[in-house]
Design a protein around this ligand. Structure first.
Ligand SMILES: [Zn+2]
Length: 138
């Protein structure tokens, strides 16, 4: 098997992203329902220098009757990511751990987390980052 495999994500037979390579530390392509809205999402974690990177390629609302297909890509180039974030000290978090929804750091890594609404938590560093962004845009 080709370890450098990339994957094409098709929505109604139209390619919406190429993600990969599969040699990333983690690669997730998922379909889920959030607040009754079906979503397709693709993200990965790279452990290349400088440190761990969280890469998100795709987060798209879809309809319940849309068709999604994932197949190995012939291209060896991934689509440009929506964003890339540096992870601070690796991902020790498991599903049960609390983590910051924005930088994906666990409570162990990020320190205290506060709840934003019912579903998401945020760390102090991300809050400060937001405050700065608001200040810049004033
Ligand atoms: Zn954070």
């Amino acid at each position: 098997m080709d370890k450098n495999c990339f994957y094409d994500v098709y929505l109604n037979e139209k390619r919406i992203a190429t993600v990969g390579p599969s040699t990333l530390k983690q690669l997730h392509i998922s379909f889920g329902v959030s607040d009754e809205m079906p979503l397709v999402r693709a993200s990965g974690i790279s452990d290349k220098e400088p440190g761990l990177l969280y890469i998100e390629w795709l987060e798209e609302s879809v309809n319940f009757d849309d068709s999604l297909r994932i197949s190995p890509s012939k291209e060896k180039v991934a689509s440009s990511p929506r964003f890339t974030r540096k992870l601070k000290r690796g991902i020790e978090s498991t599903e049960e751990d609390s983590y910051c929804e924005f930088c994906k750091c666990s409570e162990k890594e990020a320190g205290r987390l506060v709840w934003l609404g019912d579903n998401a938590q945020i760390c102090e560093e991300c809050v400060m980052h937001c405050v700065e962004l608001f200040k810049e845009n004033e």
